[in-house]
Design a protein around this ligand. Sequence first.
Ligand SMILES: [Zn+2]
Length: 487
Amino acid sequence: MSVLSGLNPAPIWIYFEEICKIPRLSKNEGKIRNYLLDFALRNNLGSKEDSAGNILIVRPASKGYENISTLVLQSHMDMVGEKNADHPHNWSADPIMPVLDNGWVKASGTTLGADDGVGIAAQMAVLTDSDLKAGKIECLFTVDEESGMTGALNLKPDFFEGRILINLDSEDEGILFIGCAGGIDTICEMKFKSLPVPDGLTALAISVTGLRGGHSGDEIHKGYGNAIKLMNRILLDLSRKFDTLLSIFDGGNLRNAIPRESFAVIVVKKGLKNDVTDRIAAFQKEFEAEFGEVEKELKVTIKENDLPAVVMDRDSHSMLLDSLDRCPHGVIAWSKDIEDLVETSTNLASIRFAGDDDIKIVTTQRSSVESSKYSAAVLVESCFETTGATISHSEGYPGWKPDLNSGILKITVESYRRLFGKLPEVKAIHAGLECGLIYEKFKGIDMISFGPTIRGAHTPEEKIEVRTVQMFWDLLIDVIRNTPAKH
Ligand SMILES: [Zn+2]
């Protein structure tokens, strides 16, 4: 029984409901790939695939429209599989069950896969729209967007010919996206010298917890506390005032998350234990005053700990704490073109003590400007250089620099204004998108990204607003109709 029949525009919802039946988690896109290739065959459309698993389906130009520029429409085939703990769902076999809920479509107990199933459905609807008169349209379906972007990463520069591209993987009706950030990791691995714990000392465990954390791209400008930076302030202060020594310092977890928690074990002369405890209580007050409402759950605690066998020697100790003190965290530069857009930032993501004498520190830099991304990575590297650490950078991924003079942006803004009687917002995001990889590979390509409103993506609460799917479709068709002639 169809749940979504009766919704408009009918072709998108019919295809969307079909796609819901096809398991398609990242790196397991075989079934959806076969479905799309079969769809192309049934509709007499040319198709091809590449070694990464990406698919291209081509709609030839309508008669008389051969001189119109080729347009590329892009979505990704894979989806994130999240479900409620009590909901049985076999991700490699079971269909997703869409339900209508007060103007929205959601799934029963699982992610819906509107990210990016609605993009796929829109492409299929364009490919089979017999009323549409248009130039040549290439529909690009990438694999693995959600877990590594290996599809976009391995695209060959001759896989499609169009140099105007509409990415259909955005989640806010009324907003046109024209840029994203690239990223690179800077990783610092150092060895430290240790010494046996001197007599007459006692050990204390300190924790900084309850911070909000958040995404190191989207939320880096919000002023949330960094648990590693806060712990480092405490450790520096204690070592200067009370001659404490450090045994363990761990904090943070994922490279793309702002660290929420950190833990340390220090040793101090027995007689100074109460002074240290008082100072920790003072830090709790200081941090509360600094962060106020932004970090309401922030907690600094201290308790007794078993005496460790060894601690870091003085030199290693100050080298580590001084370099972490110098290491920046947060926004480095704001965009000059787009209001409220973070252009360049860095996240001090994690620190881990391992083995007897190893410390690993992971940081991530982001920027929509390639040169600024590298300069931020060098800035962070320089903070750790004097420690004698081994510093390495990940290969990274490129950004997509916003171009306010983009041709496809002008066309889309004008279509939007004509259709809906108001201007859309124009934005860029401070996180990675497949567009960054495409932008780097297909030199001179003119791109834009828009979509209907989706909320709760990547969670079982994911839902898509029905009303905005019609607006998305109307805009897409209007932009297709206004694609300029080749020159
Ligand atoms: Zn997506």
